[in-house]
Design a protein around this ligand. Structure first.
Ligand SMILES: Cc1cc2nc3c(=O)[nH]c(=O)nc-3n(C[C@H](O)[C@H](O)[C@H](O)COP(=O)(O)O)c2cc1C
Length: 180
């Protein structure tokens, strides 16, 4: 796959199975996540790689953090088991006079995107998810994320359950203006 094909064909893979990325491939995925545009090189992010029994730990954490009255606990308990690997990406905001937290959030999001692209390039599938539990204080605590930081994404990674057709190109015409 050429670089431009990667950029033009990237898409999400909701249904994932084993195998998860190998150790070598995971290293490449994480390295891609580190290589994002980053004002003042603050590296204001953290990656938590969850596999194996860690997925059950995450499931337990999500259930314990949920509202037992209104949430569908069975559905929530199964969420982390949708892929053999999840990378939780959160901010680690740094105080900087020229780099507001807004920019640090953006650069952290770039990391999720870069890791999805790397996974795709290596033949894996991946899907960026959040949902309301990404904004839950107890979930953040369980993942050792400080209260003022943000979970930017749960990046589910694995092998596509089936080969999906590449989605059609999106038309940019209504999204672009030109100054000449
Ligand atoms: C910050 C963020 C959070 C997202 N959270 C979810 C989510 O919780 N559930 C979901 O189905 N899709 C979520 N998505 C969208 C999917 O990752 C995906 O982009 C979307 O389904 C479109 O598919 P595509 O990536 O193949 O174009 C999220 C995307 C972003 C950028």
């Amino acid at each position: 796959m050429t670089s431009i094909d990667l950029l033009l064909q990237r898409q999400s893979t909701p249904s994932l199975t084993t195998p998860a990325p190998s150790h070598l491939d995971l290293e490449k995925i994480l390295a891609a996540g580190m290589r994002v545009p980053d004002h003042a090189c603050l590296q204001p992010w953290h990656f938590t790689v969850i596999t194996g029994s860690g997925l059950q730990r995450l499931s337990d954490l999500l259930v314990q953090s949920s509202d037992i009255q209104s949430d569908n606990l069975t559905k929530i308990s199964k969420m982390p088991l949708r892929a053999p690997m999840i990378i939780v990406v959160n901010t680690e905001f740094v105080h900087h006079d020229k780099v507001p937290t807004q920019e640090q959030l953006i650069t952290t999001g770039c990391g999720v995107h870069a890791m999805q692209m790397a996974a795709f390039a290596l033949g894996y599938g991946a899907m960026w998810r959040t949902g309301k539990l990404a904004y839950n204080t107890k979930v953040k605590q369980g993942l050792a994320i400080k209260e003022h930081d943000e979970i930017v994404g749960f990046l589910y990674i694995g092998t596509p359950c089936k080969k999906l057709p590449i989605k059609p190109t999106r038309d940019y015409k209504n999204k672009v203006t030109y100054w000449k």
